[in-house]
Ligand binder design. Sequence first.
Ligand code: PMP
Length: 399
Amino acid sequence: MLKDLLATRANPDVPSALSGLFTNDPDPSAISFAAGSPNESLFPVAAVQRAFNTAIAKQGAHLFQYQNPQGNPALRAKLAARIGKWGQVTTDADHVVLTVGGQQAIELVAKALLNVGDEVAVEVPTYVGALAALDLYQPTYYGVDLQADGIDLDQLETTLKRHPGIKLLYTVPDFHNPTGITMSVAKREQLVALANRYDFIILEDSPYRDLGYEQAPLPAIKSFDTEGRVVFVSSLSKILMPALRTGWLVADDELLAAIMKVRLASDLEATGVTHAAIDAYLTANDLDAHVNVLKDHYRVQCAAMVAALGKYFPDDAQFTTPAGGFFDWVTLPAGIDAGALLHDQVTPNAHVSYVPSTNFYPNRDVHNGLRLCFSGLTPTVIDAGIHRLGEQVKAAVHE
Ligand code: PMP
């Protein structure tokens, strides 16, 4: 059996946390709250096309040569300057590494830090793609609950006291995927103090930080870092286009050297032609103005989602009220299995889909939650979908 030759991390009997997330409902009236994709009607296609032409015209054949392994220096400088505006993450392009999406940045950090069995803390629920990347290194997970203002620091400290070997904490502090929750500034600072005291690395993953509907981005956790133990990760996927596959990380010297070592082995360098085009796009266009257009759309969609949940869901279901991003998180009464509900009742009767909570827990052991993504749907469709979903939830709760 060829399967016997595979590494444990690739064992197909244990599917990737990212596989099987979405149900495919061929019904023409189907409404999906499942996929967490940005709204493609908002992609600046013509401007990006012009930017590719500009980059190619300017550099010709040289553009298609191997390039800097950390990524295009001009683009790194622009990203560093942009993040420098909202709390000093860095203003130094030498501390920035361009990656193939934020996803590769997460995977590189995992690869640089984790031996089999190493202890890792994650918020629960957490981003399913981070679980997929971390899972490859077969860590021992400790879940830490989220509160309305972010990770429960008391619970984290208790966990750290019990398990002093924890070496990595993964967190999504801004408009968290899957819950929409944002970590308070006070907690960001306290979290760094805990990392210093208990000697662990923080992986701060923040692809949604620009998408606060009413507020400018909060200071990143990394802005409180005094010991070079926070790696900051972000991405252009949610504010420009995901298929550009351009994410980036910021790390200080020691961790940066380790990350670059594993990056060279993985892919030598990321997509240099695309980086030059993005640099040309940022020179010719105002990204902040584009982000404001996105925020205007997502704000309206989120309001429609929250209003519909209030109208159509039973009182004993709780939901978050996000201040940015793409997601709302619903907690159903204990005992209701959101996965079984989706499969047995919601898909056949209402043709609506979502991602059940088990996917967002490292041990797949919490069943009564669900993630709803509103980014791709109009307010009318959101209202109709939540109405249909609410009927099924009510029936299940009152059965
Ligand atoms: N982190 C989080 C929290 C995400 O939601 C996503 C995308 N769903 C990513 C990282 C990775 O996105 P990308 O690789 O497209 O930058």
